[in-house]
Ligand binder design. Structure first.
Ligand code: NAP
Ligand code: ZN
Length: 347
């Protein structure tokens, strides 16, 4: 076993604190890398708080993980010691179902293995995430990271990046489309960058008027304050797509009214409570309500390569791991510009 240092929540009410645990030895098909940076996703907080389902505790969160390879198994061919490496939200899947075979491991019919708050596929032990000094992952779920980009700012691409890139690609959002990004946080700011890179006209829908200047700097063409009734009314019937990144309960019907005829609202945010959607909100204008979960491994690599080529990274605020609770507090208030990243040297 590999003794590992991390930060864990012991239950849903206790703040994260230092915790030592074991990871499996490096198997023939495994890559071990030392973690340099880990992004802080709102999903980390949802899971610590049992927002979605009862979690597995102690829980070491973190699924936006980058670092440097320190050991590889005998059969590993794609990585060598010293390479940069990354891992996102999943570390395994069945690899043989029809979805896995189509590079959609995130939709593995047996369920993918989450990077933390899951069980290893053999059921032997829980998985533990990236708020830690080292990790062991099977080769197929390790990503190559370019040395051209700022490594700390690459970390959030492993979740916030792929989760927004994947639906924009699937729905072929680009030139001639009006895209609205609902919520300007970690996912939202990456959606703006990708939407602009793909040629769409991008509008940020935000509850925070103070983010307007940032939205424009990120490349957004328009900004609508959703708490301002007049601005919201003016935006009705405007958008071909809305990418909904909001983490808290909100009124889907209100935002569906902002779509044009045949428009699609894509949910990537996962509020703790289910939404109420009126059939009338969809049938008037033949609108679609859809969802999307992270992205497959091949598409995640494609996204990382696209970012390296187009010089796209996350806008980050680096934190010391001991300040994780105050980072969570700020994230809940919508005060994140636009992703916290833990400098793992502070562990
Ligand atoms: P985040 O950084 O906290 O951003 C969420 C943003 O939503 C906030 O900055 C805020 O933006 C807006 N918001 C917050 N409360 C709101 C409210 N009550 N009404 C309207 N807007 C509100 O969170 P994140 O890390 O981007 O994650 C966003 C959501 O996506 C989370 O639920 C997370 O679990 C989920 N997620 C899903 C996937 C997937 O695979 N589908 C992957 C990763 C994360 P403004 O200040 O601009 O209003
Ligand atoms: Zn995430």
């Amino acid at each position: 076993m590999i003794e590992t240092k991390g930060y864990a929540a012991q239950d849903e009410n206790t703040p994260l604190a230092p915790w030592t645990f074991n990871r499996r030895e490096v198997g023939a098909h495994d890559v071990q890398f030392d973690i340099l940076y880990c992004g802080v996703c709102h999903s980390d907080l949802h899971q610590i708080k049992n927002d979605w389902f009862p979690g597995i505790f102690p829980m070491v969160p973190g699924h936006e993980i980058v670092g440097r390879v320190v050991k590889v198994g005998d059969h590993v061919t794609k990585f060598k010691v010293g390479d940069l490496a990354g891992t996102g939200c999943m570390v395994d899947s069945c690899q043989v179902c029809e979805n896995c075979k189509q590079d959609l491991e995130q939709y593995c019919l047996e369920g993918n293995t989450q990077t933390y708050n899951g069980m290893e596929r053999d059921g032997s032990m829980p998985t533990y995430g990236g708020y830690s000094n080292t990790i062991v992952v099977r080769e197929e779920f390790v990503l190559h990271i370019s040395d051209k980009l700022d490594l700390a700012a690459v970390a959030p691409l492993l979740c916030a990046g792929i989760t927004t890139y994947s639906p924009l690609r699937y729905w072929k959002v680009g030139k001639g489309h009006k895209l609205a990004v609902l919520g300007l946080g970690g996912l939202g700011h990456m959606a703006v960058k990708f939407g602009v890179a793909f040629g769409a006209e991008v509008t940020v829908l935000s509850t925070s008027p103070a983010k307007e200047a940032d939205a424009k700097k990120l490349g957004a063409h328009n900004f609508v304050v959703t708490t301002d009734a007049a601005q919201l009314k003016a935006a009705r019937g405007s958008f071909d797509f809305i990418l909904d990144t909001v983490s808290a309960p909100h009124d889907f019907n209100l935002y569906l009214s902002l779509l044009r005829t045949n428009g699609t609202m894509i949910c990537v945010g996962v509020p703790p409570e289910p939404a109420q959607v009126a059939a009338f909100s969809l049938l008037g204008g033949r609108k679609s309500l859809a969802g999307s979960g992270i992205g497959g491994i091949a598409e995640t690599q494609e996204m990382l390569d696209f970012c390296a080529e187009h010089n796209i990274v996350s806008d980050i605020e680096m934190i010391d791991i001991k300040d994780i609770q105050s980072a969570y507090d700020r994230m809940v208030k919508g005060d994140v510009r636009y992703r916290f990243v833990i400098d793992m040297a502070t562990l």
